[in-house]
Design a binder for this molecule. Structure first.
Ligand SMILES: NC(=O)c1ccc[n+]([C@@H]2O[C@H](COP(=O)([O-])OP(=O)(O)OC[C@H]3O[C@@H](n4cnc5c(N)ncnc54)[C@H](OP(=O)(O)O)[C@@H]3O)[C@@H](O)[C@H]2O)c1
Length: 254
C-alpha cells in the first residue's frame, strides 16, 4: 500500500473531515488545510508550508453561499492557487470533488462547479475529478435555512449519498496514480447513494426527528428547476452507487 502524503483543502468541512478520517485510517500522513488550520486557498496564506513534502492534494474546499458568480470566483482562484503552490512544492497531482450534473447546469452553485472542474483539469499538475450526488449531511442544512417553523423543500429527484461514502471513493481515486484520464469514452466518475427519492421526502424524514414541519414545493424559482425535475442531476449509468440509504444513515446519527 502506498504511503503517499496528502493535503486536504477544506479539511474541516462536511466532506473534508471524512476525507481526513479515511486517509488517517488507511495510514497516510495528512495535512488538513482550511482557514481554521491557518491555510487560506484564496489568499495563499500558509499554503506553501502546508504543501511541503505533499504528494497528492485533495480539494474539497467550498464557497459558503449559492451565488454563482462568487462561487465561480472562489473555485477558480482556489484551484489555480492549489496548482501553482502544488507545482512549486513538487506535488504529483490534484483530485477535486464536484457535483453530479455540473456539466449540464446553466445557473447557480452547481454551474459554478464547471469553472472548478475546468480550472482543476487545466494543470499544471495532473488532475482527476469525482462528481458526487448531494450529501445526506446537506439535508440538515436545508432545514437550517428555513424561515420560521416550516421548511419549504422542493420535490426534486435526488440520489443522496453519505459524506463518508464519497470520502472513501475520493480517497480511492486520489491514491491511484493510474486512474483513467477522462476524455472521449471515459466519463468523469460519479458517486451516488443507492436510492432515488425526492429531496422533500428525505427532508421530511429528518424534519420528523427534529420536530420541523416540511412542506413540499415544486422547486420553481430555483436555478435549473426544470432540468432537475427531468433528472439532469441524477447519476449516470456509469456511476458507482453505494449505501447507506438516507434512512439508514439517519438511524446512525445521534
Ligand atoms: N453539499 C453537498 O450536498 C455537495 C454535493 C456534491 C458535491 N459537493 C461539493 O463538495 C465540496 C465540499 O462541500 P462541503 O459541503 O463539505 O463544504 P463545507 O462543509 O461548506 O466545507 C467547506 C470547507 O472549505 C473550507 N474553506 C472555505 N474557504 C476557505 C479558504 N479560503 N481557504 C481554505 N479553506 C476554505 C472550510 O473551512 P474554513 O471555513 O475553516 O476555511 C471548510 O473546511 C464542495 O466543492 C461542494 O460543492 C457538495
Amino acid at each position: 500500500m502506498s504511503t503517499s502524503k496528502f493535503a486536504v483543502a477544506g479539511a474541516t468541512g462536511r466532506l473534508g473531515r471524512h476525507v481526513v478520517d479515511v486517509l488517517t485510517e488507511r495510514g497516510h500522513p495528512v495535512v488538513p488545510m482550511s482557514r481554521a488550520t491557518g491555510v487560506d486557498v484564496i489568499t495563499g496564506e500558509g499554503l506553501a508550508d502546508a504543501l511541503t513534502g505533499v504528494d497528492v492534494i485533495i480539494d474539497v474546499a467550498s464557497w459558503h453561499a449559492s451565488d454563482q458568480e462568487a462561487a465561480t470566483e472562489f473555485f477558480r482562484t482556489a484551484a489555480g492557487n492549489l496548482h501553482e503552490a502544488g507545482r512549486r512544492a513538487g506535488a504529483g497531482r490534484i483530485v477535486a470533488v464536484s457535483i453530479i450534473g455540473a456539466d449540464r447546469a446553466t445557473a447557480g452553485f452547481v454551474a459554478a462547479q464547471q469553472a472548478h472542474e475546468e480550472a482543476t483539469l487545466s494543470g499544471p499538475l495532473q488532475a482527476r475529478i469525482l462528481r458526487a450526488a448531494q450529501f445526506h449531511e446537506f439535508v440538515g442544512q436545508l432545514l437550517d435555512w428555513r424561515q420560521g417553523d416550516v421548511a419549504y423543500i422542493p420535490a426534486l429527484p435526488t440520489q443522496l449519498v453519505a459524506c463518508r461514502t464519497v470520502a472513501e471513493t475520493l480517497v480511492d481515486l486520489a491514491a491511484d496514480p493510474g486512474a483513467a484520464q477522462p476524455g472521449p469514452g471515459v466519463p468523469i466518475p460519479e458517486i451516488a447513494g443507492p436510492r432515488r427519492q425526492t429531496m422533500s421526502e428525505a427532508a421530511a424524514l429528518l424534519g420528523d426527528r427534529r420536530g420541523i414541519k416540511v412542506v413540499e414545493v415544486d422547486g420553481s424559482g430555483m436555478p435549473d428547476a426544470e432540468l432537475a425535475a427531468a433528472g439532469a442531476f441524477l447519476p449516470g449509468p456509469h456511476a458507482k452507487l453505494a449505501g447507506p440509504t438516507f434512512r439508514e444513515w439517519l438511524d446512525t446519527q445521534p
